[in-house]
Design a protein around this ligand. Sequence first.
Ligand code: FEO
Length: 395
Amino acid sequence: MKIVDGVEWLGVTDWNIRDFHGYETRKGTTYNSYLVRGEKAAVIDAVKKPFAKQLIASIEEKISLDEVDYVVSNHAEPDHSGALPELLAALPNAELLSDAKCAPTLEKYWGVKARAVADGERLVLGGGKTLRFIETPMLHWPDSMFTYLEEDQILFSMDAFGQHVACSERFADQYSGALNEAAKYYANIVMPFAAVALRVLDGLRGVPIKTICPSHGLVWRGDDVERVASAYASWANGVAQERAVIIYDSMWGSTERLAQAIAEELPVPYRLMRIRDNDLAEMMAEVLQSKYLFVGSPTLNNGPLPAAAAFLTYLRGLRPKAKKGFAFGSRGWGGGALNAVKQAFELGGVELVGEFECDYRASSENEKELKQKVASLFSTKQKPRIVKLGKNANF
Ligand code: FEO
């Protein structure tokens, strides 16, 4: 699959993967590898170990294996490095390149030795193909690096700008909803590193980019480059829509009644998501795009229900930016769940703007009180505005 003259996609499509280290990948994923051919040839990134033979066969369809001079590893995580031992064994003349942090990690994982390249170092392949290496530490591992193809202005961005999508299309402009998939990917993988993402985006100012080739999913080209870069800047800055997500679990229906009461009162668009019926990745995509986050659980054994506890652990690790949080739930003779929600908010950087807890069954009085609390969060928005028409108003 040609990206531009001399640059081809070599990746593999993992149609049936549904659990990517806990991230539910309902649409599968791809592990993208690229071949850059000038006078010399480089393979950029490998694939997951079980697909090594498939990658080698793809290379062999395009070029003799002994003509590959370099393999660039932008990132040591095994979904991109697992095939390296078999790949390097099949490429007799290839030198493995990575950044200085990646090299020891690759050796620990796979026993392969890489030559470390420096930030900004250039590798002239000849024939109008020059690679430049750009270190991007902690996006999202210490070893992360971009490779930039200067003449074609292509950024090989490893996980950044990626999406977990398995499809036959190769470019984002051929696939409906690529940006939503990128948002979900950002929410679940990149979100804790928002400050790094902003720094990297800042470092790319002045670097002309026509195409972004991530290591998962679809390739961004044309106007989509600016679209996805702007979206990343918004997400990393914590810009969210005036909407809400209500995420809850329930034992005997009481916390669910509270969740529904919240929904009935919200003056903004919302999603109601019972934790056991939704996967973590989907819920975090909603959290990313919503300004208001309501989280509820009843108390069980002095804490939240197990599924709610898992969500809270995930939430606090991903540290969403600029969220307004509301904790709610029901309890019997002892509490604990509400505090767990509030603690997760605190550790995850979510601003607590309200809380509500009822005993045993949620009564209509409880619902009324909760609705008043919810309404008060939006009270300035609910007041009718008196608009003074100027003398040129045209109605
Ligand atoms: Fe796709 Fe961080 O690995």
